[in-house]
Ligand binder design. Structure first.
Ligand code: PLP
Length: 478
């Protein structure tokens, strides 16, 4: 039995939890076992370090700390100030940003903070200024209704969902779709790439207040210098949501025109995807927007989560170490090895490959919907998620795509050889799965047929692939 610090810490924590509610302790242990056994290819997930995880499990969780460092609405926040200031300092240094706001509880929250900061900065509305300055109660009813009308008129131009954009970029299922009059830019149907001339044309026609770049399912780099020029040409504020690729920016894989920080007016991110931190969000900006961004709480956010800010400080300190740059470049090497392996076996990939951490397989070539493919892969021990492809005939629910990403497996230490083996397993499952039929014999978009022996054999091979790369090797629960 291991007696290193990490094992002792997690074992002791479970013992304490078990004494109160053993089923929670059991679920936590089971989650580690499940994660250890699964070939996780979900592009938005990762494995945070034990130090990051442990920084979250403590009494910082007990503290209210509305406000910002040194200017709180609660007494006794000196230690929260310490961790919030540290997280912000690491973020500024890591990304070369003038200002960092580390309170957002998630990526959605970070985007809402950014939207409100931009609105307050750009929209000439005394009512909005009052609202943003926490004087919302001083508004008359007429001012309040006028404000709602003015905001409803504001425009946002973002990447379309089927081209890989995100719901929070002005789409109806998210509040941003109710805040803004939204229009999208897509990708070139022939290449699958962003056509910057088309983006410029859409911007000229639509005259957005905000131009958003960033994605959750676009497998290529984005040229942020060109996007900034487009924004400037129509007087828009340029916002980049780097939630997915923040780790590649931190690790200096995306530099120059592909690093959003020097080009955007404001950058948002999550901290838990390729950046490998705790679940949470963050906003980076220049001095012009800093005051507005710092009003995120209580404009958009509830009280900050000091325990998560402590974990952000730890994870960002880790990302400033030289080995993180090596990790980030291995993420991309692995994604390219996976893409090459799939292409060699005949798979069709959106844009024909990748230059970031994710690959989008168009599974219609296998005669499947994304939903059928996702389930067949899951039956075979391979965890992915279905995703729309550009102009997807199967819509956002069934989809025609499977999105796979390499940040998590790269954290475990898997490399190019294992990526090729993974491509073989994915191809085998997709090739051996056929679309099923419903009870009436009609073609189904959800049902599928996969020989259980194939699923079992692939599952065994997937488990074998992981054996030399244990997850959290420093943690033995006993
Ligand atoms: N922005 C992008 C580009 C994302 O991909 C996501 C999550 O998938 C988010 C924002 C939202 O992040 P969260 O789930 O932390 O709210």
């Amino acid at each position: 039995m291991s007696h290193n610090a990490e094992s002792t810490a997690f074992r002791s924590a479970l013992e304490v939890i078990r004494a109160v509610e053993p089923r929670v302790a059991d679920a936590i242990s089971a989650e580690l076992a499940d994660q250890r056994e699964s070939l996780k290819l979900i592009a938005s997930e990762n494995y945070a370090s034990p130090a990051t995880l442990l920084a979250m499990g403590n009494w910082f969780s007990d503290k209210y700390a509305e406000g910002t460092v040194g200017r709180r609405f609660y007494a006794g926040c000196q230690n929260v100030d310490t961790v919030e200031a540290l997280a912000a300092e690491h973020a500024r240094e890591l990304f070369g940003a003038a200002h960092a706001y580390v309170q957002p509880h998630s990526g959605i929250d970070a985007n809402l903070v950014a939207f409100w900061a931009i609105l307050a900065d750009r929209v000439e509305s005394p009512a909005l200024k009052k609202a943003q300055k926490r004087q919302v109660n001083d508004l008359t009813e007429a001012e309040w209704f006028a404000l709602r009308r003015e905001l409803g008129d504001q425009r946002m131009l973002g990447m379309s969902l089927d081209a890989g954009g995100h719901l929070t970029h002005g789409f109806r299922p998210n509040i941003s779709g109710k805040m803004f009059d939204q229009r999208s830019y897509g990708t070139d149907p022939a290449t699958g790439l962003i056509d910057y001339d088309k983006v410029a044309e859409a911007a000229r026609e639509f005259r957005p207040l905000i131009l958003v770049a960033g994605y959750s399912a676009y497998p290529r780099k984005v040229n942020f210098r060109i996007m900034r020029e487009i924004a400037d040409s129509v007087g828009a504020t340029f916002m980049v949501d780097m939630a997915h690729f923040a780790g590649l920016v931190a690790g200096k894989v995306f530099t120059g025109d592909f690093d959003p920080v020097p080009h955007a007016h404001i950058v948002t991110t999550t901290t838990h995807k390729s950046l490998r931190g705790p679940r949470g969000g963050m906003v980076l900006c220049g001095p012009e927007l800093a005051d507005q961004v710092d009003r995120g709480c209580p404009m958009v956010l509830g009280g900050p989560l000091p325990h998560v800010m402590a974990a952000k400080a730890v994870a960002l300190a880790e990302a400033r170490r030289p080995d993180f740059a090596d990790y980030a470049s291995r993420i991309v090497d692995n994604a390219q090895a996976l893409a090459d392996g799939l292409l060699r076996r005949g798979a069709s990939l959106v844009t024909g490959g990748t230059d970031n951490h994710l690959v989008l397989i168009d599974v219609s070539g296998y005669g499947l919907t994304g939903r059928q493919a996702e389930q067949a892969l899951l039956d075979s021990g391979i965890v992915t998620n279905r995703n729309a492809v550009p102009q997807d005939p199967n819509g956002a629910w069934y989809t025609s795509g499977i999105r796979i990403g390499t940040p998590a497996l790269t954290t475990r230490g898997l490399g190019a050889a294992e990526m090729d083996a993974t491509a073989e397993l994915i191809h085998t499952v997709l090739d051996r799965t056929t679309a099923g039929t419903g009870p009436d014999g009609a073609a189904s978009k959800a049902k599928y047929v996969l020989d259980p022996a194939v699923a079992e054999s692939v599952g065994k091979q997937a488990a074998d692939l992981l054996t030399p790369f244990p997850l959290y090797p420093e943690v033995t629960l006993g």
